[in-house]
Design a protein around this ligand. Structure first.
Ligand code: NAD
Length: 326
């Protein structure tokens, strides 16, 4: 009997090739979890692949007695009750690398848009104006980029900015030893990065240490012409403080893709702040990233179901009986 894998939330069909092209799997694609076929499919499923829409909670897991693996085609697992999955011996796997280039490229799009006031210029021309002198920008060449969090995405952004002639400094206290050796010439303290960067870009997870990392105190110590970019997680930037710093000219511009509450509330102070470019969490929204994350999770799921290899699971250490998977 092939392993049944239910894939929903419009996961990329192309990215599911490692499972669809393998006779050991029977892949059922169901558009969304409100479809009655979804509930029926789960009854016999060994694997479930979702993006961010389907809530994988205890009640869903109870309706899937044979489930061994939940795959999230993407990074965040906010929509998956990982504790409930662990209790039932279900491995939870995500696809942390598939979004990297797309998120790095969106960061570059925000940076260039802020530096050259692209969105302001676009709006002004549509309003019948032809404002050239008031829309003067700045070059990136020779400026200092401060990368907070030099993991997958942060370092891809750094490489791209170096190609623009920027100097790069990095703050990341949790880099593995080999990366510390490699990035050593760029590593600085957080204070030094905050005070000496022209562009500060955030690529950290959201946790107790990073929440509000960019707030009144850090904004108050930045260079007057500094830009702040956040394509990581909402909450790392204090939105009220950022809006205030932009309004009073304390910093010169910002670009955000992620917010404390998504979608962004219509009464957010960000909406009236000057030289701020906003995108609605588009970091991973490219054709390529959607294929990559599905491929990554499909491969991990295949290894888990066929070989019992759950080393890629985010709850691997909680799975008491991982070897029973195959
Ligand atoms: P990663 O794990 O490869 O890198 C994160 C880096 O942050 C690591 O090097 C880690 O050592 C460092 N770090 C952790 N705590 C830190 C701290 N307190 N100060 C400084 N550095 C710290 O992750 P990644 O794949 O590069 O993703 C980075 C962020 O981007 C994550 O929050 C991820 O969820 C987010 N992301 C957003 C989108 C989007 O659509 N906007 C897409 C992909 C990823």
């Amino acid at each position: 009997m092939p392993y049944r894998v239910v894939a929903t939330d419009r996961v990329s069909k192309k990215g599911l090739a490692p499972l669809r092209d393998d006779d050991r799997f029977d892949v059922v694609l169901i558009k969304d979890s409100s479809d009655p076929e979804f509930v029926a499919g789960l009854k016999t499923a060994a694997g479930l692949i979702v993006r961010s829409a389907t809530r994988v909670d205890a009640s869903l897991l109870n309706g899937a007695p044979g489930l061994k693996v939940v795959g999230r085609a993407g990074v965040g697992v906010d929509n998956i009750d990982v504790a409930a999955a662990s209790e039932r011996g279900v491995a939870v796997m995500n696809a942390p690398g598939g979004n990297t280039i797309s998120a790095a490229e969106l960061t570059m799009a925000l940076l260039l848009a802020v530096a050259r006031r692209v969105t302001v210029a676009d709006r002004s021309i549509r309003q019948g104006r032809w404002e050239r002198s008031s829309l003067q920008g700045v070059e990136l060449r020779g400026k200092t980029l401060g990368v907070i969090g030099a993991g997958r995405i942060g370092w891809e952004v750094a490489k791209r900015c170096r190609a623009f002639g920027m100097d790069v400094v990095v703050y990341d206290p949790y880099l593995p030893a080999d990366r510390v050796d490699e990035l050593h010439p760029h590593l600085v303290s957080l204070d030094s990065l905050i005070e000496n960067s022209d562009v500060i870009t955030l690529h950290v997870p959201l946790n107790a240490e990073t929440r509000g990392l960019i707030g009144d105190s850090t904004l108050g110590r930045m260079r007057k012409g500094a830009f702040v970019l956040n394509v990581s997680r909402g909450g790392v930037v204090d939105e009220r403080a950022l809006a205030e710093a932009l309004n009073n000219g304390r910093i010169a511009g910002a670009g955000l893709d992620v917010y404390e509450h998504e979608p962004l509330s219509p009464d957010s102070p960000l909406l009236d702040a000057p030289n701020l470019v906003l995108t609605p969490h588009l970091g991973a929204s490219t054709k390529e990233a959607q294929i990559q994350v599905a491929l990554e999770v499909a491969r991990s799921m295949r290894n888990a179901l066929v070989q019992g290899d759950v080393s890629a699971a985010i709850n691997a250490s909680d799975l008491a009986n991982a070897s029973g998977l195959s």
